[in-house]
Ligand binder design. Structure first.
Ligand code: ZN
Length: 410
């Protein structure tokens, strides 16, 4: 799949030290260090039918900060993102709107690329669609069948969770809740004949007019979670003790999507899938949950058309911690606008307050689980010092740091 154009990222300032990046791991419930020298990152991409709302933007901008930090600190980073260009929600939306599912996907993928380009998100090294990855997904399912850890039910193929060590013991939420969420997010816990209600679907046999692909185990299409297992394992270099370093995405993917993706990988490789599982919070609107059903989604493309600059969108979304659920509202945009004006005004001066320490503070804050509120505090303090007449700094150091670490090119 065609990615989007490369984005120039200035190198780090000489003399700045980069502490090892820590991120909060949703399953371990604590921060973990990303120690690998070769960092393999897999971020779950969109299902192309409602691109790109603010929740998407917040997620891809958060992990863009991770990508930028690691690259600036001299690590070798491989970053892979997928696009779920065949899945039930896409087919349902196309049917509802009497649209061809393929055309809907193509137009939304294009819109997503435009939005990512405008927002200055570093493009992934591999941007992989499910359809183009069908051979590798099918091969992976064949391998799973060969392990004896899967079973067939009326042509459909499921993973037998009882055969994956720790699958039930490590559930990130009580079984009763897990069953409810599993069903809400496309699972079929009530299906008669499954060995365990939570067993994830690996392959859905051909039915009705649904699109299908041929495989040695029957015609059909893959389940949601196995797509990401296959694309991650096939496109990322293996790290020291796990298959990859980081699996990331929105917090609505913690269960079942990322949990099942990781279990499937473990069932195949015998090792833990990722050293860290990191998730961005959800974005609401004016005190309400933002959702397709409520019809209150705010889109990046609409904001752009209304003249809101990508720098403002970035600043607004970085005001709060990436992992917190937070609200999008006009006040947030106004506060970001005020900070942007203060920064532009300070940066236009010939004499500014000392800057090197501010850049180090920004780097230290980001290294600690992407503490962007602390970055904002450092920038505001520097603006106030500059406005107060302090001298000794170089405005270029601040504008370069904003570009390198926050993707804000002023
Ligand atoms: Zn995924």
């Amino acid at each position: 799949m065609l990615s989007w154009p490369d984005v120039y990222m200035p190198p780090a300032l000489a003399g700045i030290s980069h502490p090892t990046l820590t991120l909060f791991d949703s399953y371990k419930g604590k921060k973990v260090e990303l120690r690998d020298e070769q960092v393999s990152i897999y971020v779950c991409g969109i299902t192309p039918y409602d691109a790109t709302h603010m929740g998407h933007a917040a997620t891809y901008l958060a992990f863009d900060l991770v990508n930028r930090y690691l690259r600036a600190s001299g690590k070798k980073v491989s970053f892979v993102e997928n696009i779920t260009d065949i899945d039930d929600p896409l087919l349902e939306r196309a049917l509802r709107d009497s649209q061809d599912w393929n055309e809907l996907a193509t137009s939304q993928i294009e819109l997503f690329r435009e939005d990512m380009t405008a927002l200055g998100v570093l493009p992934p090294d591999a941007y992989r669609g499910v359809i183009e990855s069908m051979d590798e997904i099918i091969t992976l399912i064949e391998q799973m069948i060969a392990t004896g850890k899967s079973y067939e039910l009326e042509g459909d193929i499921y993973l037998d969770l009882d055969q994956v060590e720790g699958a039930m013991k490590n559930l990130p939420l009580p079984l009763e809740q897990a069953l409810v969420i599993f069903k809400e997010r496309g699972g079929d816990p009530e299906r008669v004949g499954k060995r365990h209600p939570l067993d994830p679907l690996l392959w859905k046999a051909r039915r009705g007019n649904d699109p299908f692909w041929a495989a040695s185990f029957g015609e059909g299409r893959p389940g949601w979670h196995i797509e990401c297992t296959a694309i991650a394992l096939r496109n990322l270099p293996k790290t020291n003790s796990t298959s990859i370093t980081l699996q990331a995405g929105g917090s609505d993917l913690i269960f079942p999507h990322h949990y099942m993706t990781a279990l499937q990988a473990k069932a195949l490789t015998g090792v833990e899938f990722a050293s860290c599982y990191s998730h961005a919070g959800m974005i609401g609107l004016d005190g309400e949950k933002m959702s397709k059903s409520k019809g209150n989604l705010v889109f990046v493309s609409k904001l752009r058309r209304a003249g809101v600059s990508p720098a403002l969108i970035r600043l607004a979304l970085f005001e709060g911690k990436y992992a917190s659920d937070r609200m999008w509202n006009i006040e947030l945009l106004e506060r970001a606008g005020e900070l942007l004006e203060r920064l532009l005004s300070a940066l236009s001066r010939q004499e500014v307050a000392p800057t090197f320490e501010v850049v180090q503070e920004i780097v230290d804050a980001l290294s600690n689980d992407l503490d962007t509120p602390r970055v904002f505090a450092a920038l505001k303090k520097w603006c106030a010092e500059t406005e107060g007449g302090q001298v000794g700094g170089s405005p270029g150091e601040i504008s370069r740091a904003l570009d390198t670490y926050l993707g804000i090119a002023l």
